[in-house]
Design a protein around this ligand. Structure first.
Ligand SMILES: NC(=O)c1ccc[n+]([C@@H]2O[C@H](COP(=O)([O-])OP(=O)(O)OC[C@H]3O[C@@H](n4cnc5c(N)ncnc54)[C@H](O)[C@@H]3O)[C@@H](O)[C@H]2O)c1
Length: 304
């Protein structure tokens, strides 16, 4: 077989889509992006997110905050898009202490106007968008017969619909750059069923599904899309999970958490940093040959 040119995405005899990295630099020499390297080049980059601009939604606390700090340690400039303006600013300040540029933008990801403003202000300040981490999300529990339309709509609007429209908002910039990376927070809940939080599980399955479609639709644009599926992560959200699900199952929050912990093969609860480390990997050129994947990061709970 003839040698494959760099960026080759096709098959012999088929139309060939190429990643033409020479087209990338439309932002001037200072922010000139590095092309995503191919597998044989990965050692040269070593998880380097230098000159990458990353937006993290819901970055004010929990997994989003840990992710913002991890991407900053890897060299990225961080935009924290957060509903809670004070927490968003706190994370941006922590990023600045790590020596990376940062900006907090008060954002409700369920509002398309906020997403457009987020993209515009990020462009104005930093000139490009390389990574979107779709992290903002909410949790609610209810027995199946008690799920209301309001419950369903609230969960689906932020956990699923906003994930898609945030991706849609950054895509024109990423397409113009011919480079982009979208990492979304799904959950182990998206791969299994639940007696007590059906809408949440549906919303996370939707994230897995849209990750695959985004990956297919934009591979030839130089854009990758993956998602992570965490398990039981000790954050403010977990406090709500243990309180609300515990109540439905007749357990105290502590009893519920202990029961869940006992089911984890690796024998401990998950930390926000456990998730952030894998998001960092997916956001980096180390994972250059991965797209459309739903990666379990759950201590061995779900093995598919
Ligand atoms: N904690 C877990 O066990 C767990 C497990 C699997 C997946 N996840 C997912 O990981 C993500 C983060 O979870 P977490 O545990 O850190 O949650 P968290 O509740 O601790 O933090 C969520 C953050 O998102 C922000 N947010 C909420 N609504 C928003 C909106 N409309 N616009 C902008 N920001 C908004 C909140 O203010 C908060 O800062 C969520 O998508 C969640 O579903 C969490």
């Amino acid at each position: 077989m003839a040698p494959r040119p760099p960026g080759w995405l096709g098959r012999p005899g088929k139309a060939v889509a190429r990643l033409d990295h020479a087209r990338v630099n439309i932002w001037g020499p200072e922010m000139a992006p590095k092309p995503e390297p191919h597998a044989h080049q990965e050692k040269e980059t070593d998880m380097d997110l230098d000159k990458h601009v990353a937006i993290v939604t819901g970055g004010g606390r929990g997994i989003g905050r840990a992710t913002a700090l991890e991407l900053a340690r890897m060299g990225a400039t961080i935009v924290v898009a957060e509903f809670d303006a004070a927490n968003g600013q706190r994370t941006a300040d922590e990023v600045a202490k790590l020596g990376r540029p940062s900006l907090a933008i008060a954002t409700d990801v369920t509002r398309r106007a906020d997403l457009d403003a987020l993209v515009r202000r990020t462009q104005e300040r930093f000139g490009r968008i390389d990574v979107l981490v779709n992290n903002a999300g909410i949790y609610r529990a209810a027995a199946t017969l008690d799920v209301t339309e309001e419950h369903w709509d609230a969960i689906m609007t932020i956990n699923a619909k906003a994930v898609f429209f945030a991706a849609q908002a950054v895509l024109p910039t990423m397409i113009a750059q011919h480079r982009g990376n979208i990492v979304s927070l799904a959950s182990m809940a998206g791969k299994i069923g639940s007696r007590t939080n059906l809408p949440y599980n549906v919303s996370k399955a939707a994230v897995i599904s849209m990750t695959k479609s985004l990956a297919l639709a934009h591979a030839a644009d130089g854009i990758r899309a993956n998602c992570v599926c965490p398990g039981f992560v000790e954050t403010d959200m977990w406090d709500k999970v243990s309180r609300d699900q515990g109540a439905l199952l007749g357990m105290s929050p502590a009893e519920f958490t202990k029961a869940r912990l006992n089911s984890v093969p690796l024998g401990r609860m998950e930390t926000p940093e456990d998730v952030a480390n894998v998001i960092g990997f997916l956001a980096s050129p180390k994972s250059a040959y991965m797209t459309g994947q739903a990666l379990s990061v759950d201590g061995g709970l779900v093995m598919h």
